[in-house]
Write a protein that binds this ligand. Structure first.
Ligand SMILES: Nc1ncnc2c1ncn2[C@@H]1O[C@H](COP(=O)(O)OP(=O)(O)OP(=O)(O)O)[C@@H](O)[C@H]1O
Ligand SMILES: [Mg+2]
Length: 356
């Protein structure tokens, strides 16, 4: 699905913005502080009901107003949907085709979204949670019962951890283990299958953008020479002391290396940006292939860290994924768009947006 109509009201400095984006490439350009990132933030709100810049929605809602609203019409060859998100300081209202819903996961299914920002390197520089989230995004979109397994695993894990903290007997704690193992094994299998399917695409994209191939190592969250049941048994005493379960897919890690060295220790900043973009684009292409579903990709400040030819390569690859892409940049001349590449240009100026 792509966004064919977008209305944004009172998201930061944007007031009564209405645009009809191109189904492929959209270039959003304008001076610093004109409202470009705010537009991407509004699209992000339509997929997650959240901002990517702040946890505090009151900072996103326009000063001196009490709520923000975002609306999109989504269209593919056979379907049309309308989605809307309204947020005030105290409430969130999500509507799909006029019906009120209370699960943000339904929004994400309608509008799968990838975000590439100048802070994109946090995927490698921060803790393993970010990499697990990366994998889970992909599995969630291609395997629709994954969310159920993921939730049941975390529910059981919480209960087991509570039993550990209350110093219940070993028998009472391990009573949770069958349910925990069932869900843990499902999650692990799904993540491993997903990674296996994603790897060839990622290799292809890294070859184009970086001229080298990464190595992906999934560590499933317990010692490689043990099964999870044994690992849980062996760590019982320590887990009881600490009050949490130290083995399981909630401790999984995705290690990314080039020539045996962790990517973040060997790649330059521009290369890191390209590598993480390649990871995200591989996810988008995989989803398109598996589910015939078109993603939206938001690229904030594409030009940062990248030289002219890398910018052109990245734009070419973004177009190749068949996603609907929104790119922000301070000056349109920073981007070279191939002749024949379908696109629209939008100029942002003090909170208003005009198609050029
Ligand atoms: N809650 C708010 N209400 C009104 N204006 C806000 C609010 N929050 C931020 N702003 C202002 O909105 C303007 C647009 O910010 P935005 O980050 O979208 O700019 P930008 O075009 O992405 O700039 P840059 O090129 O520097 O990244 C800024 O001037 C900012 O101070
Ligand atoms: Mg910005």
């Amino acid at each position: 699905m792509s966004i064919t109509l977008l209305r944004v009201d009172q998201v930061r400095n944007l007031k009564q913005v209405e645009i009809e984006p191109h189904p492929q490439l959209n270039i959003i350009y304008g001076e610093n502080a004109s409202g470009k990132t705010s537009l991407l933030e509004a699209i992000h709100l339509l997929s997650t009901a959240k901002s990517f810049r702040s946890h505090r929605i009151r900072t996103v809602i326009q000063h001196d107003t009490d709520k923000l609203t975002c609306f999109a019409r989504l269209q593919n060859a056979s379907h049309m949907h309308q989605i809307g998100v309204e947020r005030s300081k105290s409430s969130t209202e999500i509507r799909i085709d006029g019906e009120s819903i209370n699960q943000t996961s339904i929004l994400a299914r309608h509008l799968p979204l990838q975000l590439i920002t100048p802070q994109v390197n946090s995927l490698l520089e921060q803790g393993p949670k970010m990499r697990r989230r990366f994998l889970d995004w992909g599995v969630f979109h291609v395997k629709h019962d994954y969310l159920k397994d993921w939730r049941s695993f975390h529910r059981v894990l919480q209960q087991r951890n509570a039993s550990l903290r209350q110093r219940l007997s070993q028998q009472q704690v391990v009573a949770w283990d069958k349910a925990l193992l069932d869900a843990a094994n499902k999650i692990t299998r799904c993540r491993e299958d997903y990674l296996a399917a994603l790897t060839p695409l990622l290799e292809e994209y890294c070859e184009i953008l970086l001229g080298q191939t990464p190595e992906l190592i999934y560590q499933h969250g317990w010692p490689a020479d043990l099964d999870l049941a044994t690992a849980l048994q062996q760590s019982f005493g320590r887990d009881q002391e600490r009050g949490f379960t130290s083995h399981g897919p909630h401790r999984a890690e995705l290690v990314l290396k080039f020539n045996g060295v962790p990517a973040q220790d060997v790649l330059s900043r521009g290369q890191l940006k390209l590598f993480i973009s390649a990871m995200q684009l591989a996810q988008v292409a995989h989803l398109a292939r598996e589910q015939d579903q078109q993603c939206v990709i938001l690229v904030d400040d594409l030009a940062s860290e990248l030289d002219r030819s890398r910018r052109a390569e990245l734009i070419k690859l973004l177009a190749h994924t068949q996603a609907q892409v929104f790119i922000t940049v301070t000056e349109a001349s920073l981007l070279e768009i191939d002749e024949g590449q379908g696109h629209k240009m939008f100029h942002v100026e003090r909170g208003t947006i005009h198609e050029i």
